[in-house]
Design a protein around this ligand. Structure first.
Ligand SMILES: [Zn+2]
Ligand SMILES: [Zn+2]
Length: 226
């Protein structure tokens, strides 16, 4: 830590170090456990690089961004790490002055999961709004955020499984698709990028999707499997 460390620099380093400690202490299956150790090491490297910034050169931040990119790659590959890729944005937000990330909609077919999504989103909104706690005790605040995000990742996994159940196919389509002409959800995906509704209206996939899933949309997966 340099004597000239900027408060925002300290906040970013503290968030990275907190993410490292949470990843290191997290319990998971053996394969995920070893990935979590590497993720923790990358977050620690990011924190150390952030500490090293003394106003003379941006090299420490470039080193920090590299370490965070490595962490992101592992996080994306290991869904059981129960860390969303958005964790990186929480670490960089103090430095980039970007708003805190928002999570994509899960659109669960089950009402119980939808209620849990709403609860977790509300809890995260409450934490985001509590800037006083975020400043006063960055570590406790970020641990609370990471705890909500871990529950979120577990819910995301459950919704993904539920989305694939044949009995949920119609419900998933209703939630994820909408025809631009009639508003219906009975849409057939023909060639890539093109879809045709029951009413006869042709449209692009992007027009029919009202979800945040993109090409991984379970409604499309269900159609392709048919
Ligand atoms: Zn239509
Ligand atoms: Zn979707």
């Amino acid at each position: 830590m340099t004597a000239t460390a900027h408060p925002l620099q300290i906040v970013a380093a503290t968030r990275a170090r907190t993410a490292a400690n949470v990843a290191r202490d997290r319990f998971a299956a053996p394969e995920t456990m070893s990935a979590l150790q590497f993720i923790a090491a990358h977050f620690d490297a990011a924190a150390t690089a952030c500490d090293a910034y003394d106003g003379t050169t941006n090299a420490p931040f470039m080193e920090m961004w590299r370490a965070l990119a490595d962490a992101r790659e592992l996080i994306t590959r290991h869904k059981d790490s129960r860390l969303p890729a958005e964790v990186i944005e929480y670490v960089t937000a103090p430095l980039t002055a970007s708003p805190l990330p928002t999570l994509p909609r899960l659109l669960p077919p089950s009402e119980r999961d939808a209620a849990e999504e709403a609860t977790l989103r509300a809890e995260l909104d409450r934490l985001h709004a509590d800037t006083e706690a975020a400043d006063a005790d960055t570590e406790s605040w970020f641990r609370a955020v990471l705890a909500v995000l871990a529950k979120w990742k577990r819910l995301e996994g459950a919704v993904d499984v539920d989305n694939r159940r044949p009995c949920n196919r119609v419900r998933v389509a209703e939630l994820h698709l909408k025809c631009i002409a009639c508003g219906g959800s009975t849409i057939r995906f023909s060639v890539r990028e093109w879809a045709v509704c029951e009413c006869g209206k042709g449209q692009t996939w992007g027009d029919a999707l009202v979800c945040d899933c993109g090409y991984d949309c379970p409604a499309i997966r269900g159609e392709a499997a048919n």
